[in-house]
Design a binder for this molecule. Structure first.
Ligand SMILES: [Zn+2]
Ligand SMILES: [Zn+2]
Length: 140
């Protein structure tokens, strides 16, 4: 057992041990067995699903991984949100998860400072866009 490890060395070890893997629409991040919780899931909205959200070190690990040319997570089908968008597409304010709006067709529901109105406005835009695309035979 190494007992004489310095603080600086410990940080270097920590960065080296962050392993990022693409799992469907998410990045699975392993921060090493000295970090609790060890396993994190970062969405394509650059937020971790753990309580630390965008300030989680796993988000930095994903950024470093992508800068290094790592494989990107799968893009979800048009209009499907595996995680809520980081910002409201209408007013660009921060969103909050709304479990009551989540569904398996739409993905994770969210609200913004307007309440649920921008959410439904955005869903209506998606629906009309989908209709146009299906008329043109672009999506089924
Ligand atoms: Zn996390
Ligand atoms: Zn909004």
């Amino acid at each position: 057992m190494q007992q004489t490890i310095t603080h600086a060395a410990a940080i270097a070890v920590r960065q080296q041990q962050a392993a990022v893997m693409v799992v469907g629409y998410f990045y699975a991040v392993d921060l090493g067995d000295h970090v609790r919780p060890q396993h994190h899931r970062v969405g394509i909205n650059a937020e971790c699903t753990c309580a630390l959200r965008c300030s989680c070190p796993a988000v930095d690990a994903v950024r470093a991984y992508l800068t290094d040319g790592g494989k990107r997570a799968e893009r979800p089908p048009y209009g499907f949100y595996p995680v809520r968008p980081a910002k409201c597409p209408i007013c660009h304010a921060k969103t909050a998860t709304a479990k009551s709006l989540s569904s398996c067709n739409r993905g994770e529901g969210w609200t913004c400072p307007s309440g649920t109105s921008h959410y439904w406005q955005h869903r209506a835009t998606i629906s009309s866009m989908r209709q146009k695309l299906s008329v043109q035979g672009k999506i089924v």
